[in-house]
Design a protein around this ligand. Structure first.
Ligand code: ZN
Length: 458
């Protein structure tokens, strides 16, 4: 027992004094230590609790500024070599307090309230609200066939995600067009508003919000999402009484743009400081739950990867930089702004790793890169498997880092995805939904990958 502790101490000591000399064999030991310390200390999990206690982090909300300051202070306390804020111009959208939806002009159902919430960026309804009949459609194709019935009424996009798909992100991707573009498509035919069935894998009544788009040449109409149980109720009610009407009142609105910040901190490379390995995730969230899995866990993974390296007193060869992007939920504006900065410096970003798929058990890394680089990364699997990473393959990386140009590898962290859409963008996305061991394995996996790239390059 004593001997192994002593050899461990020697090992850690040797990591701390060497710069860029660690052999790939020594790396196995270091990786084991990263995993053990992450699971044992649970520092990221306690950080996540603090972050969640601030509350949800809607862009430009006071919580979002508190979260920026919280992250900046933590990075300084962790002993990062540099910590700074990068200004980002952001839109300001506020939900307001009134979100009402009820059935009217119905024998059976008048007065029945339905659980809705406005989509991000939606206009409000004005003080009088809006009302109309409801045209139920499956998709844009069916909307087109029913276009003559739409004028003066609501369009209800009633398509859930495909429960038969194994990959929940793919199922989400195929259902989300109605949420993003539904208001544009319905307004083309004179709709007064849009209702979208909540896109989730859970069968509950919690509405899941998200961004919508408007088109400047088409009138803007209010858009809401409705909980699944009430969506079922509404579909059945309309079958019984096709002429029933809905009344919706929203007080959301957009204000002038303002300034927010990306939070950036780094451990400077001891041998090649101008070569950067970026680790990041967005710090903003929707104003639902506390944005625990989306994307509190990505914030923690990114910060803790660097903190773990500091905890083991390791000096990376290349710079490892943590970037917490502001405004991913509003079209990745922080990612775009960071890329502007990256293009203007002398530094070379050799790789970027993003965590924005929740804090569940690690599975793999999905990489945008040439095949020879992916083959090189696959050689790291024996180390990454210590943190439950099974695969590295070609695929999409992440919304924020996909904006980066001139990077050899853009890498998305992929945890298990079966429960992510249960909580995504909704009041279900709370701290209690995150498991400490699953979260901590993610921090360790990202720390190991960042260090491997920092030591051995690509
Ligand atoms: Zn996200």
């Amino acid at each position: 027992m004593k001997t192994s502790k002593l050899s461990l101490l020697i090992c850690i000591y040797s990591f701390s004094i060497l710069c860029g000399q660690t052999s790939i064999d020594e790396f196995l030991n270091l990786s084991k230590q990263l995993v053990r310390r992450s699971l044992e200390d649970r520092k990221g999990y306690y950080w996540l609790k603090e972050l969640c206690e601030i509350g949800p982090r809607l862009v430009a909300s006071s919580n979002s500024y508190n979260a920026i300051e919280w992250a900046r202070k933590k990075m300084i306390e962790s002993g990062f070599d540099s910590v700074w804020l990068q200004p980002v111009r952001v839109p300001v959208w506020i939900r307001g307090d009134r979100e009402e939806c009820q059935i009217i002009k119905s024998k059976e159902y008048s007065g029945k309230k339905l659980n809705i919430t406005a989509l991000g960026g939606s206009i409000g309804t004005g003080d009088n609200g809006v009302s109309g009949r409801v045209v139920v459609v499956h998709d844009f194709m069916e909307l087109y066939t029913k276009r003559d019935k739409v004028k003066g009424n609501f369009v209800f996009f009633n398509r859930s995600l495909d429960f038969g798909e194994v990959e929940t992100f793919s199922a989400y991707g195929k259902a989300v067009d109605q949420r993003i573009y539904g208001a544009i498509e319905a307004a083309k035919y004179g709709a007064v508003g849009v209702i979208v069935r909540s896109i989730t894998t859970k069968h509950d009544n919690t509405p899941h919000t998200g961004i919508l788009r408007y088109n400047d040449s088409i009138p803007r109409i209010p858009a809401v999402v409705i909980g699944n149980l009430d969506a079922d109720f509404l579909v059945n009610a309309i079958k019984v009484e096709p002429n029933l009407e809905l009344y919706i009142k929203l007080s959301c609105k957009s204000l002038d743009d303002t300034i927010s910040y990306n939070v950036i901190g780094e451990i400077r490379g001891c041998e090649l400081p101008n070569e950067v390995v970026l680790v990041g995730g967005h710090i903003d969230s929707w104003d639902k739950g506390c944005g625990a899995h989306d994307n509190g866990t990505g914030v923690i993974h990114s910060m803790e990867a660097l903190d773990l390296i500091k905890r083991l007193n390791f000096n990376p060869k290349r710079t490892i930089r943590c970037v917490l992007f502001m405004g991913e939920e509003f079209n990745s504006i922080g990612g775009i702004e960071y890329n502007n900065y990256a293009q203007s410096t002398e530094q070379i970003h050799i790789a970027a790793i993003e965590s924005d798929r929740g804090g569940f058990t690690p599975r793999g890394f999905s990489v945008e890169a040439d095949s020879n680089i992916i083959l090189d990364l696959q050689k790291f699997l024996p180390y990454l498997s210590l943190a439950k990473i099974d695969w590295i393959r070609k695929g999409g990386s992440g919304a924020d880092i996909s904006r980066l140009k001139n990077v050899k590898a853009k890498i998305g962290f992929v945890p298990d995805n079966q429960r992510y859409m249960d909580v995504h963008h909704s009041d279900n996305d709370i701290f209690e939904e995150v498991h400490p061991r699953e979260l901590q394995l993610g921090s360790a996996a990202i720390a190991i990958l960042a260090l491997l790239i920092s030591q051995f390059g690509l």
